[in-house]
Design a protein around this ligand. Structure first.
Ligand code: HEC
Ligand code: HEC
Length: 225
């Protein structure tokens, strides 16, 4: 009588099993940030490019922020805070929450390496916005508000993983974030720095200072010498 072959040892089965194991190992190790950015991750996180632009430059008219060239550590913390709900963000929350930790890390690295040269030139103008410029560069010490550039860098270019760039971000986005700090929708700022500043400014000042930053040209962040 012929010995019956074990179906688990047929060459076809072994080949299929090997292919599956290799595919799983790849998926676990390297989330494909470029593919998620352009197509989404297939688990409910929509394509980032649909809102943040294919060049990561954002969309000023819609208030979608630029991601290109932002510090990787900052981007990753923001995605983590939005996913956990620590930073209220109605549109971004369901997207961030459907990204795995590895995917958030890979996307942060991907956007940080993207060139800011592609960012559109600011459409707004800073001319005639003396109050905005004053607040940005000197602050208002009668209300214990330091000049924004002391933390956010010259013209708001951003400093490292903790002080995000303001230059060239959509005015609507920046003003929205100030109001979120003021009204406590956003509580993820270290030492409550931004909650103090935003609560000390009235609506007119918030609009003036954010319009001034929105009109500043986008520059690549420099590394510490
Ligand atoms: C449907 C539009 C939309 C899509 C798609 C989208 N975003 Fe966003 N994103 C927004 C909006 C709106 C905000 C501003 C959130 C807020 O109000 O705080 C934002 C904010 C962010 C921020 C915070 C930026 C900062 O300066 O603090 C990051 C990081 C981000 N998005 C990354 C991504 C990534 C990565 C993807 C793709 C997986 C993505 N977004 C997909 C609309 C979108
Ligand atoms: C003492 C330091 C400090 C000063 C001064 C300061 N900021 Fe900030 N700002 C921060 C920090 C830190 C964050 C990031 C908070 C976080 O991690 O979410 C921030 C975040 C922001 C954000 C959110 C940006 C984004 O993409 O998420 C806006 C808008 C902002 N600041 C505007 C201003 C304006 C306008 C002024 C001046 C009136 C100002 N800041 C002065 C420390 C400062």
């Amino acid at each position: 009588m012929q010995p019956r072959s074990n179906p688990l040892c047929t060459p076809l089965f072994v080949a299929a099993w090997l292919m599956l194991a290799v595919a799983q190992a790849r998926a676990a190790v390297h989330p494909n940030a470029a593919a998620i950015a352009s197509q989404g991750n297939g688990r409910g996180a929509l394509a980032c490019a649909a809102c943040h632009g294919t060049d990561g430059g954002g969309q000023a008219a819609a208030g979608f922020p630029r991601l290109a060239g932002l510090n990787a550590g900052y981007l990753q913390r923001r995605l983590d805070d939005i996913a956990s709900g620590e930073r209220g963000a109605a549109v971004m929350k369901p997207i961030a929450a459907r990204l795995s930790e590895d995917e958030r890390k890979a996307l942060a690295a991907y956007y940080s390496k993207m060139s800011v040269a592609a960012a559109p030139a600011p459409t707004a103008s800073a001319a005639g916005n003396a109050r905005g410029e004053w607040l940005a560069t000197r602050g208002d010490w009668s209300r214990q508000v330091p000049g924004c550039v002391q933390c956010h860098g010259p013209r708001g270019v951003g400093v490292g993983a903790y002080f995000p760039p303001l230059a060239g971000q959509p005015a609507q986005y920046l003003a929205g974030q100030m109001r979120a700090f003021k009204e406590s929708g956003r509580r993820n700022d270290p030492l409550g720095m931004m909650r103090h500043i935003a609560s000390s400014l009235d609506d007119k000042d918030i609009d003036a200072v954010t319009a001034w930053f929105a009109a500043q040209p986008v520059e690549p962040e420099r590394n510490e010498p």
